[in-house]
Design a protein around this ligand. Structure first.
Ligand SMILES: [Mg+2]
Length: 180
């Protein structure tokens, strides 16, 4: 039987965005993150992180630093909520093998590796590229207005989203309430 997933962008969705974050000491959870993850897990969703980390492809940070930041994120949550963490290290313009958001490759990997039904799954993120990725993969697009973007970008992202929430907990509650 196929499972439903919720895919999370990392930066400015689960943790505060710090450009090219390589220092675990700078990891700060966004408000409501733990509660939102608990809520969705209880509802039976499989949870994933899907993150572009072009700092690696650009040579600004190492893959080990990204891993250390992700480990700190999991440690701060106090629970292994995520089935897998998918990362794309490609810089813009590099061959990304369809993985760099807005490309849907990371969602296709989750679909194939964990028997996920993308049509009953959700993508939560703060950026236009997240919403485009969700649409390319054929899953529901949910915007959280927790990014640091100008009003025109937010408007464009909202137009691509099925719903826009002010924080992760509102997003999680929307998902479980709209489940048919
Ligand atoms: Mg983000």
């Amino acid at each position: 039987m196929h499972k439903s997933a919720v895919f999370f962008d990392r930066d400015d969705t689960l943790i505060r965005d710090v450009p090219y974050l390589g220092d675990p000491k700078k990891v700060r959870l966004m408000p409501g993150t733990r509660e939102a993850l608990q809520h969705l897990r209880q509802a039976g969703f499989v949870l994933f992180i899907v993150s572009n980390q072009s700092g690696v492809g650009r040579g600004v940070i190492s893959a080990d630093q990204v891993s250390a930041v992700n480990a700190e994120l999991i440690r701060k949550l106090g629970d292994a909520f995520f089935e897998a963490i998918y990362l794309c290290y490609a810089a813009p313009g590099e061959d990304d093998h369809n993985c760099r958001k807005p490309n849907p490759g990371m969602l296709y990997r989750a679909r194939d590796e964990f028997q996920i039904d993308l049509t009953t799954s959700w993508f939560i993120g703060d950026k236009i590229a997240d919403m485009q990725c969700a649409r390319h993969a054929g899953c529901h697009a949910l915007l959280v207005r927790t990014g640091q973007h100008d009003p025109a970008e937010i408007k464009e992202a909202e137009a691509l989203a099925e719903f826009a929430a002010d924080d992760l907990l509102e997003a999680a509650q929307y998902i479980t309430s709209s489940r048919g």
